[in-house]
Write a protein that binds this ligand. Structure first.
Ligand code: HEC
Ligand code: HEC
Length: 415
């Protein structure tokens, strides 16, 4: 593999920025110096960042040809102009087929210690191989059609030669995944008003309500026990799995039978790739199996309904919320936690509920302060989007996009 010295890679990325607009240049800067409030991006030793690889991954991420109907790219469900989500309750794949889960943002996914709501893939490289061959996403039978497109496309042939020094017939899905992962490691965003207040020494970066919200987040409401805030940086995730009460009604009382059905399917698959593909298909197409959460990996009953703590950076823009997209607004989320892990205070509680979830007894003002704090986590590159998407319009936007179908994003650049 070609390995460029870091400084050359950066210069390359910056000059590429002239061609691709400001985003790539900004991304290259992020790599050298992480934005305020974030640690350096972890880069795996066997997939170093180069400017050419990042540009190739960007192109692959936006290529709709890697799907059964030629209309679905990664960017269909992770669109830059929607803060790298689709703002749908659950995502739509090829021919408009709907999956069981809400698309998390790709922004800062590079910091996650595992990928997907149940953490079933260890890294971005492993994650990137699944969507094209999932029957409710890309809909392809295997990776061969993708490799066929790439091997015949003169631009891709040139890029894979430059980036990996490969002849067309040597290109595999692993190379494709590596390039996509490299691109995703540049989709990084910090430097929000919260960061400028907390780490940048600017006491005016948050208003009074947001400051009260931060205190509630850390202390009375105990949000930071899972969405971690640290001394020098904050990822807003502990990278662990918790059952906070979302979605359990779908399988209440039938957990053992559904778990058993799933385990029979899992143990009938042979080889780690086959098991990984089987799990990816089952959780995204079977609503009940989806609700098993982390259990599908650990096979531990206490993990039923446990999902990965998501980051909260840019959360004002990544609605709707939770693994099933069931909560539409941040106010609904705060009410849910205030009720101790349920939409209504008198709903039944799941027996698998995390010990960290208890009724919070917040006043209306405190709830509004918490929401105001969550809205202070938007990074500068998504501020313009935030202004368009006020809290009031968020719900309407969800409803519209759910009926309006999906658009493939041409190039995925800012409008
Ligand atoms: C049809 C919509 C759709 C397409 C296409 C799609 N995704 Fe996703 N993506 C999702 C959904 C839904 C999830 C959550 C699934 C789960 O957790 O089980 C997800 C999860 C992810 C995650 C995990 C983030 C986290 O915090 O755990 C990453 C990274 C990601 N997708 C990147 C990609 C890449 C790269 C591609 C293209 C190769 C892609 N996605 C294609 C809908 C989609
Ligand atoms: C016990 C750990 C824990 C605590 C405490 C906790 N969370 Fe969460 N949070 C999670 C997990 C896990 C999820 C995903 C759950 C799911 O989808 O089933 C989540 C999801 C969210 C989401 C949705 C994000 C998205 O992208 O969909 C928001 C917003 C959120 N939490 C805010 C808060 C706030 C505000 C508090 C304090 C009132 C809080 N959380 C307390 C673990 C926790």
């Amino acid at each position: 593999m070609k390995r460029k010295p870091l400084i050359l890679a950066m210069t390359g990325a910056i000059s590429a920025g002239l061609l691709h607009g400001p985003t790539l240049a900004a991304k290259a800067a992020d790599q050298a110096q992480p934005p305020l409030g974030l640690p350096p991006v972890p880069i795996p030793a066997d997939n170093p960042q180069t400017a050419a690889k990042i540009a190739l991954g960007d192109k692959l991420f936006h290529d709709t040809r890697f799907s059964a109907d030629g209309k679905v790219a990664c960017s269909t469900c992770h669109a830059r102009e929607k803060a790298f989500t689709d703002n749908l309750t659950t995502s739509k794949g090829f021919r408009g087929l709907t999956g069981t889960r809400n698309a998390p943002t790709v922004i800062n996914a590079a910091y996650m210690q595992s990928q997907f709501w149940d953490g079933r893939e260890p890294d971005l490289e492993g994650q990137a191989k699944q969507p094209p061959i999932n029957p409710v996403e890309g809909g392809l039978p295997n990776h061969e059609p993708i490799l066929a497109v790439i091997r015949q496309d003169p631009d891709y042939r040139k890029s894979f030669k430059e980036v990996f020094d490969l002849k067309p017939e040597q290109i595999t899905e692993d190379h494709v995944a590596k390039a996509i992962a490299s691109f995703e490691r540049t989709v990084i965003a910090g430097d929000s008003p919260f960061d400028r207040y907390q780490y940048g020494g600017n006491p005016k970066a948050l208003n009074a309500s947001q400051k009260r919200g931060l205190e509630l987040f850390r202390l009375k409401a105990r949000c930071a026990s899972c969405h971690t805030v640290e001394h020098t940086q904050s990822l807003f995730t502990d990278n662990r799995f918790h059952n906070i009460g979302i979605g359990f009604k779908a399988i209440a009382g039938r957990e053992p039978a559904i778990a058993e059905k799933f385990l029979r399917m899992k143990h009938a698959s042979n080889g780690s790739d086959a098991v990984a593909e089987m799990i990816d298909k089952a959780v995204l197409s079977d609503k009940e199996i989806s609700e098993l959460g982390r259990f599908v990996i650990t096979e531990d009953f206490s993990d039923i309904g446990a999902f990965k703590t998501p980051t909260l950076r840019n959360v004002a823009l990544t609605f709707p919320y939770m693994h099933d997209g069931s909560l539409k607004t941040l106010s609904e989320v705060v009410d849910f936690y205030n009720n101790g892990g349920r939409v209504n205070p008198d709903d039944p509680l799941t027996p698998f509920l995390s010990g960290g979830i208890k009724p919070l007894d917040l006043s209306d003002e405190e709830k509004a302060d918490l929401v105001a704090f969550l809205e202070s986590l938007t990074s500068p590159q998504y501020q313009a989007l935030a202004r368009k998407t006020s809290r009031k319009t968020a719900k309407a936007a969800v409803d519209n996009s759910n009926t309006g179908g999906h658009k493939a994003t041409a190039g995925g650049k800012n409008p």
